[in-house]
Each structure stands twice: as structure tokens, then as C-alpha cells.
Design a protein around this ligand. Structure first.
Ligand code: SF4
Ligand code: SF4
Length: 463
């Protein structure tokens, strides 16, 4: 039988050799400002629980979840709250943030890091611990994990899938953690399986990581509920929909959740964070980031405290060899171009990729030659060439009719296009506009229904 995979996709240059053989380096700042944005996740911003002048400890909850889809923020150092003000995030937006002056003493809340037996906990206990630990999807999505592990019907979940594909070129933080701390991954997965009685655990890893596959197979050989699934190396194999299809043969679309296909999917470092929270009484205080690209002197992975400034991490990687022409938060396929590195590491920032050449600037767009390569590459079976025509006409309805909202913004079509058309960028913008249009339509429908109900009420009163 062949390796598990999905239909479509592309094979971009991997670039992983820059950092994949270097052990993860721990960085711990001794002083300076730590910045904790209140939006490091999808959903409502967190609400501050501290004020300027308060003393804070490592592991202390400094902001509470601001709604059902939201996440707690915990402090990763000890010190004093210096300011609460908007600060620039890696995506360029300004977000209200708690600024703590790190005293370098790392005084911690009571019990932090102490062992706890997961078997002694109920399912509700585990979900609450994950919530209070502020865990979100560390692969970049930032979706609150406690929501993900609380589906409507937990008995309908038959797969807990660990996303170890790491298909994004240049990134190696998941790979290194599977090699260096596999016990945390297996421990976290076993805790997740405690929540889902009918599920088996599957760790999906692309076959360009044979050492990680061998390590994880060795680790789970005596675990009857866990197996390793070897995936064909192909981008976007680590996309949630692609991974679910590769492992289970089930397809989901934008109106469905993985749970609708009986799956819960979490990235390697997220599962490790679940282990830390439940078995080691440690919320998210640090994460692993890849600092890489041909502009970086010594590309490698670092384990860093959340809130730390990216400039300090770049300096620890030897700084820039050459002034970068482009810096991406994330990898070259799905990463976002950034204009400053004076930004904090957040829970969902996985990497900086720094290039000496800006490939987008280097090659100019030419007319479409109708080659159809974008269609073959699309993992969602869309027709990017036609979607692009609707984008150019700003025809929102036409874009919707072509199922444009199913686009996962993976970048495969733009990568393969010989005419260098900015397909993905156009689709991202169009999706935002269609999303706004759909919200407007929903509000209008609601207002119309309310007006009709009021009218009917008046007529009934007259009778
Ligand atoms: S249309 Fe969207 S989902 Fe399809 S290849 Fe392009 S970016 Fe990916
Ligand atoms: S890959 Fe580019 S050139 Fe080919 S059909 Fe698609 S948009 Fe046109």
C-alpha cells in the first residue's frame, strides 16, 4: 500500500536542511520588557486581571478568556506590570498588551512544574486544566484547544490525529521536538485519548522525516491505541482537511468541523502543551520557534518564553548575514510578510523565515496561458484560474458560485503558476469581502424577520 496522502498539492523546495539537524536551544531572557498581547488566539480578546504596578509571577494568570472562543494568558516571567497598551504584533496589527518588566528571578506560582497523575483526573478536570493553561493551536491557527477537545458528541470521535506533517518548507520545530522530547508527545496524546473512549490516536508524519517516524514508532510500539501514519511528502499535507483525508479518507469542507468527521486534530507542540498542563502543572509559558532562511547567520530552533522580543532571538541566531529582502512570519507558502522584527513571540508564532531575495518582487506577473496547473494543484478541487477572473472583476457572487470560500489559502496554485499570478493573495482578499457580505446578508435577514414578526404581532393584536 502506498503512503497516505490527499489529491492535488505541490512539491516546493524544502529548505529544512538549514535547521533540521541542530538541537533546540533554550533561551531565557534575564531582564527587559516582556509583551503579552491579549489576542494571541482566534476569538474574543482576553480580559486583563492585573493593573499597572502589580507584581506578577511565572505561571500567573494575567488575563482571562474573553468569551467561549478565547484564551487565558499566563505570565512567563516574574516582575512588575509596567504598562497596558497597544503593541504591534507580528502580523502588523496593534493589539492591547500587558507589558511586564522581567526581574530575571523567575519566581513562580505555587505548585508550578509539579507532577500530577492524569489518570486521577476526570474528563471535565482535563478540559478545565487545558482551558486555564491558555493552550491554543501552536501550529499557527491559534484556535483555543479546550474548545477543540470539547465536541458536541465525544463518543462520535474515533480519531485523535497528531499533525506531525510540518509540510511548510523551512520549518523544523515540530520535527526537532519529536526527536528530542517524544515522551511529552505520547504523554499528551494519551491524555487526549482519555477524553475520547472510542478513538485511536494517529501521529501523522511526512516521509521526509525518517528519523522522527522511527523514533515515534519506537515510542508507541507498546501503546495499543496509538499508531504512526507515514504520509507522502507533499504540500499542504499538514493542512487540517488534507491530513484528515490522508489518515481517514473522510472529506470536510468549510461548513464542517473536524469533529463532524469524527476527528480531533492537533499539532505536535500543542499536544506537548497539553501534557505539560495536565501532567506537569505548567501552562503555556514557552514555545519552540524556527529562525531560518538564507539571510540568517545560524538558522536553528529555539525554545523561548512567550512575550520575548524577536530581535533578541534573531541576535541569538547570529543576526542577519545580509540585510534580508523579505522576512516572513511562518514559512514561504503560508507565511505573512512582516515589516518589523521588534515584536513579541506569541503562542501561535512558529517561525521567522528571512530571505536575501524577494521572489515575489523578482518575477513579475504575465498573462495567464490557460495551462491548468493551478487546477491540478488545488487540494480543494477548485478552479483558481476562473476564481481569479471573478477577483479581477470584483464579482463577489461569481467568486462564491465557484466555491471560492472553500479556498484554504494554501498557496499551491500561486506556487505552481508559470505566469506568477498572485492567485492566493487575491483569494484571501476576496474571501474577506465575501465574509463581510455574508455577515451583512445575515444581519439584513435578521432585521427583516424581526420586522415581519412585529408586523404580524400588530395584526394579531387587531383581530
Ligand atoms: S485556490 Fe486556494 S486552496 Fe486551491 S490551491 Fe489556491 S490557495 Fe490553495
Ligand atoms: S496556473 Fe497560472 S497560467 Fe496556468 S491556468 Fe492557472 S492561472 Fe493561468
Amino acid at each position: 500500500m502506498g503512503l497516505a496522502t490527499f489529491k492535488g498539492g505541490v512539491h516546493p523546495f524544502e529548505g529544512k536542511e538549514l535547521s533540521m539537524d541542530k538541537p533546540v536551544t533554550q533561551l531565557k531572557p534575564t531582564s527587559g520588557e516582556m509583551v503579552y498581547p491579549l489576542s494571541q488566539h482566534i476569538g474574543a480578546p482576553a480580559k486583563p486581571l492585573v493593573k499597572v504596578g502589580d507584581e506578577v509571577l511565572v505561571g500567573q494568570k494575567i488575563a482571562d478568556a474573553g468569551g467561549f472562543i478565547s484564551a487565558v494568558v499566563n505570565c512567563s516571567v516574574s516582575g512588575k506590570v509596567k504598562k497596558i497598551e497597544p503593541r504591534i504584533m507580528v502580523n502588523g496589527s496593534k493589539v492591547m498588551s500587558i507589558i511586564v518588566e522581567n526581574d530575571g528571578e523567575y519566581r513562580a506560582v505555587e505548585g508550578l512544574g509539579e507532577d500530577r497523575d492524569p489518570a486521577s483526573l476526570s474528563k471535565a478536570d482535563i478540559r478545565e486544566i487545558v482551558k486555564q493553561a491558555g493552550i491554543v493551536g501552536l501550529g499557527g491557527a491559534g484556535f483555543p484547544t479546550n474548545v477543540k477537545i470539547t465536541p458536541k458528541d465525544e463518543n462520535a470521535i474515533d480519531y485523535v490525529i497528531v499533525n506531525g506533517a510540518e509540510c511548510e518548507p523551512y520549518l523544523t520545530c515540530d520535527y526537532r521536538m519529536m526527536l528530542e522530547e517524544p515522551e511529552r508527545l505520547v504523554g499528551g496524546l494519551k491524555i487526549m485519548l482519555q477524553l475520547f473512549d472510542n478513538a485511536k490516536g494517529v501521529i501523522g508524519i511526512e516521509n521526509n522525516k525518517p528519523q522522527a517516524i522511527a523514533k515515534m514508532k519506537e515510542m508507541v510500539k507498546d501503546e495499543p491505541r496509538i499508531e504512526v501514519c507515514e504520509l507522502l511528502t507533499k504540500y499542504p499535507q499538514g493542512g487540517e482537511r488534507s491530513l484528515i483525508y490522508a489518515v481517514t479518507g473522510r472529506a470536510i469542507n468549510s461548513s464542517m468541523l473536524p469533529a463532524d468527521a469524527g476527528c480531533v486534530v492537533d499539532n505536535v507542540n500543542t499536544v506537548m502543551a497539553i501534557y505539560d498542563a495536565v501532567a506537569k502543572r505548567t501552562p503555556i509559558l514557552e514555545r519552540v520557534v524556527t529562525i531560518t532562511g538564507d539571510a540568517i547567520a545560524e538558522p536553528q530552533n529555539f525554545k523561548v518564553r512567550t512575550g520575548m522580543n524577536y530581535n533578541d532571538i534573531i541576535a541569538a541566531a547570529g543576526g542577519f548575514k545580509t540585510e534580508p529582502a523579505k522576512i516572513l512570519s511562518g514559512g514561504p507558502m503560508m507565511g505573512q510578510s512582516i515589516f518589523t522584527t521588534d515584536v513579541p513571540v506569541t503562542k501561535n508564532s512558529s517561525s521567522l523565515t528571512c530571505f536575501t531575495v524577494d521572489e515575489v518582487e523578482k518575477y513579475k506577473e504575465t498573462p495567464c496561458i490557460r495551462c491548468g496547473r493551478c487546477v491540478s494543484a488545488c487540494p480543494e478541487f477548485l478552479v483558481p484560474v476562473l476564481m481569479m477572473s471573478e477577483c479581477r472583476k470584483r464579482n463577489l457572487e461569481g467568486f462564491e458560485a465557484l466555491e471560492g470560500m472553500e479556498c484554504i489559502e494554501c498557496g499551491s496554485c500561486a506556487f505552481i503558476c508559470p505566469a506568477r499570478r498572485p492567485l492566493t493573495q487575491a483569494f484571501k482578499e476576496m474571501k474577506r469581502e465575501v465574509g463581510a457580505l455574508r455577515r451583512k446578508r445575515a444581519e439584513e435577514a435578521k432585521a427583516k424577520a424581526a420586522a415581519e414578526a412585529a408586523e404580524k404581532g400588530k395584526e394579531d393584536a387587531k383581530k
